[in-house]
Design a protein around this ligand. Sequence first.
Ligand code: ADP
Ligand code: MG
Length: 602
Amino acid sequence: MEEAKPLLKKLKIYSLLDLALLLPSSYNDTTLSTRITPGKIHTFEAKVTEVRSYNGKLIVTFSLPRFDQSLQSMFFRVTPYHYQTFAMGSKHIIQGKVELYRGNLQMNQPKSIRQAGEIIPKYKTVLKQEEIRKLMQIYLSEKALIDEGLLPNEATIMMLLHFPNSLERIYQEGSYRQEILKVLKFVEAFNHIRKLSEKKIDYPPIKALNGDISSFVKRLPFELTDEQKQVIEAIRCDLGSSDKAAKRMIVGDVGSGKTMVILASVMMALPEKSILMAPTSLLALQLYEEALKHLPSTVKVALVMQGKEEGVYREADFVIGTHALLYKEDLPKAPLVMVDEQHRFGTNQRQLLESMASGAGDQGEERRAHFLQFSATPIPRTQAMMNSALLDVSLITRTPFEKKITTRVIGKSEFPALLTHIKEQIAQKHQVLIIYPLVEESETIDYQSLAESRGFWESRFDNVYVTHGKDKEKEEVLMAFREQGDILLATTVVEVGISLPRLTLIVIVGAERLGLATLHQLRGRVGRLGLESWCYLFTKNEKSERLKAFTKTDNGFDIAKLDLKFRDGGDILDGTIQSGQKFKWLDMGEDEEIVVAATERL
Ligand code: ADP
Ligand code: MG
């Protein structure tokens, strides 16, 4: 057993179910053939009746007692071993492909095998066949699998796949095959969820928070949606806990009203402090304005960004800021730390963010702030369920008011009509956003860049603004555009959740180059306040099924499902969303029932 450890490590096997899921890629069936079908692999008992060499080849004739027939075999690269093995009169179990040649049975280069009547699994791994088979024999048993949490029928199927007594059962089409597939999906989901749950460590909170939110809710100019209320309720339970610091991700489409959930959480934290970090100054500023507008005036709010501060952050109840917060050494310790638009932060920054939530307690015991992350990257429900083994996930799937956005795929021929539509919108004091794939001209991309098309727009329209990801003045440009712009030309930077309430038309150039999640984020920029809006996907690939599917739905969670169908989905690990988690059997778009069952088995 000890010597197996390095082998398991080599295979990146960390659980018994990892090992069980490493299935044979094929089987070698040495069951003796009872019928002869030319073109197929056969196993025969055979006796050598003639041996001769011909042109450097070895030709052996066998008799097949069971069939009362003879069979000829040719060996091409002949060594003394062959002469020794296939000596006149010797008996063998031979295996190989049978052909009919001029009415005679032939099996070229047969293998002489040790024993008949076995089904030997073949594994495609870096290990030798004997090594991996040995591992399976040592570790896999029905009992071991049941101890890992599988049901007896599931364990039986996993064992059958590794140690089959008949291949027919495995390969036959029909209900048993469906059953096998279902078990594999389940084991995959269950194994993944359990690993996640093992990674989860709970810390005690700095403090249980039980503030009252009713004075805030009463002042709101609208009723909270049912989903907003549900999320707030879940957070109320989280924050009220005195033995477990909250670790929750709130995922909601652009415009689903996450800010209200943030503000309600601030109310719950009172009289203790809360900190909120946003990915950009513009967003921080916007959150600051909303906090001032909606929180009772007794709540002291401060803003911290590079080169700009409002309020006194050392004394505030609620500090909002950008990553400039990370460099404030005298930032008060807050028992509630939140991150907005979490998906916009890089991996390194995310780690820093988490560190804001940690801090030593009085007796050196580690305590953590309640940590809430808000993300607008919709993930499929199945994935949210899986990830909830690692951190709690809440979904907000609807926006407070119906958005009226028409999405259309267009090509070059529709450009004049598009120009007319843009002019109409500007005439109504609405704003237009045009997204280009690149800043500069490029050889590899078949679309105009920002730099190339700028002149076109500037010569035909007034108040054209331009910005892009590396633009140092990007935030100033966006701010100026918000007030007095008609058209904004940009790259995907505007993905950042700024609110441009007058924006009603977006054109995405080269839309087929972007993932659906990104397209969805971009589309979410228009119609924020319910104005009728349009999203044009400009493409040279007007037949794209993916884009067509995208025009038919505006629900981020459906889009996440579509994205899975056309690409691999992302995954939350260590509290961050990572892409690349792949399942061999499980289909995150389709197998919701199986994921539910796996979650419940935990
Ligand atoms: P998100 O951050 O999820 O993208 P916001 O919090 O910015 O969305 O909300 C989008 C808009 O919806 C804001 O103008 C906000 O004031 C408004 N809003 C939020 N909740 C409600 C509600 N329950 N009813 C009506 N409007 C709401
Ligand atoms: Mg927001």
